[in-house]
Design a protein around this ligand. Sequence first.
Ligand code: AMP
Ligand code: MG
Length: 401
Amino acid sequence: MLDFDQAQTLLANAAGPLQRTEHVDLTQASGRVLAADLDATVDIPPADNSAMDGYALRLADWSLDARLPIQQRCYAGDVPEPLKPGHAIRLFTGSVIPEGADVVVMQEDATEADNLVQISREPKPGQHIRRRGEDTRAGSPLLPAGTLLHAAHVALLASQGLASIPVFAQLRVGILTTGDELVQPGQPRATEQIYNSNGPMLAAMVRGMSALPVHVLHARDTETDLLAAFKTLLADCDLVLSVGGVSVGERDLVKPALAALGGELSLWKVRMKPGKPVALAQIDGKPVVSLPGNPVSAYAVFATLVTPLMRRMQGRAEIFPPVSQLRLRTAQPRQDAREEFLRVQCRVADDGGSELTPYGHQGSGVISSLPWSTGLARLPADVLVHDQDQVAYYDLRHWLA
Ligand code: AMP
Ligand code: MG
């Protein structure tokens, strides 16, 4: 048996970043991973500009009773004239600051009549001017390789005028579900059969990680079926995930199938609940991870053990999302010989802090606990955990992203 932390490290190192990169249009960049360090090439803002709707003038020309002639009305996008002494130029937010002006006065402090402007409050030197390069300087680092791009990064890249950027290729994931008892949703089902939840669930989780679920195959519990499916997935994907059939039952044939394909099994049982049977094999230089069949176990193992490996393969800089320490609410003290990952909801308590409430039924077959939960609370093995004790919280918004 392996400890959870050991298993997580082993899995996270089971493959390196993809070598394939490509260029994508900025409109397609969200969810992709930057493949090169990018430096700024443009000062942002590119010229001094106004932070307010108002007037540009020389501070030296201001006095309470001065009425300055308005030389020009300069809208955002217009080219300003050099400011004549004793004059003001009407400006708007984003207008370029005229040469010679050293302050912007907001229109709320100004009275305009007969093309003259009078300013009721003494301006401070340099006020309301956004300086060239105060946001980003040309030549300074913009974003490092490994950044998972979201709207905020897209804004920054667009501000530099970039229309296309280098990203890592999307990780291609093959999914294999196993079991004679399973039917696909939408198909007729006999009493002794159950619907296949793991296939659609894993495909959705893979997509949630901005990777591509290239195939979702199903194999019956025969070595021939498993071998054929694994071969298809290995030919087409960077990472293969199988689910079920990896325990010690007579029909648990995943392990022998992987061995028949020349796979070296590098881990077997992880001391975690739910979970336990998890296997990693390397076949043709590609990692194959076999997850336990219970949907809840597959979900927890995917979130905590598979996603770090996926992030590494995607070239992402952050492999392990943050884990916080939060209070657990539990009616009875809890203890288990394995580390336990409880499905919990993180809620705001009366004192304004966050606390974790476990789902009532923690059985590893209880699928209804999954949409209810916001994350997983990790309880150490062989320790009695009491109400209000601090435990590690794996927020699934981070761990499944
Ligand atoms: P196994 O590891 O194959 O023995 O599966 C453990 C449990 O998970 C059994 O109750 C299976 O019926 C169930 N199971 C396995 N695969 C799936 C699946 N794709 N969807 C729903 N339940 C599954
Ligand atoms: Mg099975």
